[in-house]
Design a protein around this ligand. Structure first.
Ligand code: FRU
Length: 622
C-alpha cells in the first residue's frame, strides 16, 4: 500500500480498538472491523485494483465510502446475485461501509481483484445495440461528435444493475454502429449525483478552458430533507477528447431562482444570429431559457411549456433543434423535444415534440397546447436527445426503456438497458398539413447487413418463412399494400409460439405492434414494488384499447397515412427489441421484447388480400 487512505482518523482509531471484539478476515486480503451493527471498516491487506462487492438486488442500499463520496450499493444480505468492482483508487488501504449488518453474506464473499470479467452472461443482451458492459444505464447524455468520434455518455450506475449513483458512463464510436466502452467520464461527487445534460465543442474558447475543449453541462442532484431535493446546473470541461473531465470550480452555474425542486437536464447550444450560447433547463412543467457568452454566467430569458402536452406531466431532458422543412434550407423551423414522464400515449415515459419559432429569447409553438406529436410510438423510447456538432444532419439517440418497468426488466444482473438505434430526424409536411418529424435509422446501419435472404413478392393470405437471422437478430425489409379490411402484416415468432405482431389495421388506419404474447411479460412481480397495470396504460392506443394484458404486455399503435403505392417497412429485431420504421421513419415504434428462445420465424398474414414486394431478410454482420 502506498498512499494512506482518506478516512477520518477518529473513525479509524475506534474501529481498530473494536477489532479485538468483532473482527473477521476474508483470507489475508480483507479484514472487517464491525463497529456496532451497521458500520464496518474494511481493511485491505494487499495492493489491488478492486474490491469485488457482492450485490443482492432486492436489498436496501448500504453506503460504501472511499474518501468523502458515499456510493449506494445493495450489498448482499443472504444471497449473492452478482458482484461489482469497487476501484481502490490511489492504493487505498481501507473502506468504510455503513448500513450492512455484521452477519450479512456480503462479508464472506467480498474479495480483492485486479481484473473484472465483463464477458457477456446475459441472454437478453442485444447483439448490435449499445449496452454498458456492466451496471445500470438510463438516459443518453452529452451526445457530441468531435474529431471522428461520436461520444455516447449515459446515466450510469457502476455499482449495480438498478438505478443509483448517477455517473456519466462513456462509449465512443466512429460509425454509430460499433461502440467501444471507456471508463466513466464524470463521477458522482460530494455535490450529488451527475444527472443528465449535454455537451458542446467550445470552438471559440468561450469558457476560457482551451480551444475546442468539450464542455459538459449536467445537473447535480441531491436529496436534502426527506422528500426534498436540490437540482442545480454544473459545468465540466475536457481537453482530452472527452475521456476525462475537470469540474468547474465555480459550480453550480445555474440554480433555480424560485427554489424549484425539479430543475434539470441542461441542453446548451450556439445561437449564431446573436453569437451567444443558450441553455434550456426542464423546470417542472416548463422549459426555462438562459443565455451566456462565456458558458459560466447565465442570464434567465423566458420560459415555455406550462399546459402543453398531456396532463398531468413532468418535463425532462429537453432538446431544441433547427431543421429545414421538407428539405428546404431556406425554410427552417425550430423543434422543441420534450421527454415526459408520465404522460406517454401508451403509458409511462415518452418523447413528444413541438414545432415553432425562436427569436433568440422565446419559443413560440405552431400548435395549441393540446396538440401532442410523438417522436416514437413504441413504449421503449425515452430521454431522447440529439448529437451536437453534426452539421447537415440531426441524429437522435434514445434510451430503450420506460420508467414504468425499467428497473424490473429480465436480467441476470450484469447490466440493464440498451440504447435504441440512432435515428436521423427530418421535418416534413404531412398530407393533412401538419408539420411532423420523421425518425429513420441512420444510413450507417446498412453496414450491418450481412447475408440477404430474398423472400420476394407475394400475395397474402399467409406465407411462412422459417430460419431467419441468428440469435433473433435480423433486419426485415418489405413494401406492403395492406388489405382494405382487417389486419395485414407479419408475425415474428419462435418455436414456443412466443410472438410479436406488426400489422396494418385497415379499419383504424393505424399500424400496430403487439407484444402481449412476446415471451416474458410478467417480470415486475416480486423484484421491487412494481407499477404494472396502472391507469395510464389503459390509453394503450391512439384509438381505443387493443390487446392489453399489463403495462408491459400490450399493443402500441400509430396513425398511418394511406398510400396507394404501399408502405415501406423496415423492422430491426435484436435479442430483446423490435424497432419498426414505416415510410422512411414517418412512423417509428420501438419496443422491448423478451422471448425465451430467439425469434427465428416469420409469418406474413392478411385478413383480406395484401401484396408484399421485395421482402428481404438480412442477417446481422458485426
Ligand atoms: C430522465 C431522468 C432525468 C434525470 C435522469 C436521472 O430519465 O429522470 O430527468 O436527469 O433521468 O437519472
Amino acid at each position: 500500500m502506498t498512499t494512506p487512505h482518506i478516512l477520518p482518523s477518529t473513525l479509524l482509531l475506534s474501529a481498530a480498538s473494536l477489532c479485538l471484539a468483532s473482527c473477521h478476515n476474508a483470507g489475508d486480503d480483507l479484514s472487517f472491523a464491525h463497529q456496532g451493527d451497521t458500520l464496518t471498516v474494511v481493511h485491505v491487506g494487499r495492493e489491488a485494483r478492486f474490491v469485488l462487492l457482492p450485490v443482492q438486488e432486492n436489498q436496501p442500499e448500504a453506503q460504501v465510502m472511499l474518501g468523502d463520496v458515499p456510493m449506494d450499493v445493495r450489498l448482499a444480505v443472504d444471497k449473492v446475485d452478482y458482484t461489482v468492482p469497487f476501484p481502490l483508487r490511489d492504493g487505498a488501504d481501507s473502506l468504510v461501509v455503513r448500513g450492512l449488518a455484521a452477519n450479512a453474506v456480503a462479508w464472506q464473499q467480498m474479495a480483492l481483484a485486479d481484473t473484472f470479467d465483463v464477458a457477456n452472461r446475459e441472454t437478453f443482451r442485444p447483439l448490435y445495440h449499445h449496452t454498458p458492459a456492466y451496471g445500470w444505464m438510463n438516459d443518453a447524455n452529452g451526445l457530441v461528435y468531435k474529431d471522428g468520434e461520436y461520444h455516447l455518455y449515459f446515466q450510469y450506475n457502476p455499482y449495480g444493475s438498478v438505478w443509483g449513483n448517477m455517473h456519466w458512463g462513456h462509449s465512443v464510436s466512429r460509425d454509430l454502429v460499433h461502440w467501444q466502452h471507456l471508463p466513466a467520464a464524470i463521477e458522482r461527487d460530494t455535490m450529488g449525483h451527475i444527472f443528465s445534460g449535454s455537451c458542446v465543442v467550445d470552438s471559440k474558447n468561450s469558457a476560457s478552458t482551451g480551444k475546442d475543449n468539450i464542455i459538459a453541462f449536467y445537473t447535480s442532484h441531491r436529496n436534502t430533507t426527506p422528500g426534498h431535493q436540490r437540482q442545480q446546473q454544473c459545468m465540466a470541461y475536457s481537453s482530452d477528447n472527452g475521456r476525462t473531465f475537470t469540474k468547474y470550480e465555480g459550480n453550480p452555474i445555474v440554480t433555480p431562482f424560485d427554489g424549484l425542486e425539479n430543475f434539470r437536464d441542461p441542453k446548451v447550444f450556439w445561437y449564431a444570429p446573436e453569437e451567444k450560447w443558450v441553455m434550456i433547463v426542464s423546470a417542472d412543467k416548463n422549459m426555462r431559457f438562459y443565455e451566456s457568452h462565456d458558458l459560466k454566467q447565465w442570464a434567465y430569458m423566458s420560459e415555455w411549456g406550462e399546459g402543453y402536452g398531456p396532463q398531468p406531466n413532468q418535463f425532462e431532458c429537453p432538446d431544441f433543434i433547427q431543421l429545414p422543412v421538407d428539405g428546404d434550407e431556406q425554410n427552417q423551423k425550430w423543434v422543441m423535444i420534450v421527454n415526459i414522464n408520465p404522460g406517454f400515449v401508451s403509458g409511462g415515459s415518452g418523447t413528444m415534440y413541438f414545432t415553432g419559432d425562436f427569436d433568440g429569447h422565446r419559443f413560440t409553438p405552431d400548435t395549441a397546447p393540446n396538440v401532442t406529436k410523438w417522436l416514437d410510438w413504441g413504449k421503449d423510447h425515452y430521454a431522447t436527445v440529439c448529437y451536437s456538432n453534426t452539421p447537415g444532419r440531426t441524429i437522435a439517440m434514445p434510451w430503450m426503456s420506460n420508467w414504468q418497468y425499467a428497473n424490473l426488466t429480465p436480467s441476470n444482473g450484469q447490466f440493464r438497458s440498451a440504447n435504441a438505434l440512432p435515428r436521423e430526424l427530418k421535418l416534413y409536411t404531412a398530407a393533412d398539413g401538419q408539420l411532423l418529424l420523421s425518425a429513420a435509422p441512420v444510413a450507417e446501419l446498412e453496414a450491418l447487413r450481412g447475408e440477404a435472404q430474398q423472400v420476394g413478392d407475394f400475395t397474402l393470405g399467409e406465407k411462412k418463412v422459417n430460419a431467419v437471422g441468428k440469435d433473433g437478430a435480423f433486419e426485415l425489409v418489405f413494401t406492403i399494400r395492406p388489405s382494405d379490411k382487417g389486419r395485414s402484416g407479419v408475425e415474428i415468432y419462435n418455436e414456443k409460439g412466443e410472438k410479436t405482431l406488426v400489422y396494418f389495421d385497415a379499419e383504424k388506419q393505424r399500424v400496430v405492434m403487439d407484444r402481449a404474447e412476446s415471451g416474458i411479460i410478467d417480470f415486475g412481480k416480486g423484484v421491487q414494488p412494481h407499477q404494472l397495470e396502472t391507469d395510464a396504460s389503459k390509453r394503450a392506443c391512439v384509438d381505443g384499447l387493443i390487446h392489453f394484458v399489463n403495462d408491459f404486455a400490450h399493443a402500441t399503435c400509430a396513425p398511418v397515412e394511406k398510400k396507394a403505392e404501399g408502405h415501406e417497412v423496415r423492422i430491426f429485431a435484436d435479442r430483446s427489441s423490435i424497432e419498426l420504421f414505416v415510410d422512411g421513419g414517418r412512423v417509428a415504434m420501438t419496443n422491448l421484447v423478451f422471448p425465451t428462445k430467439p425469434y427465428d420465424r416469420l409469418r406474413f398474414f392478411s385478413d383480406g388480400e395484401a401484396h408484399v414486394e421485395n421482402a428481404t431478410i438480412y442477417t446481422i454482420k458485426l
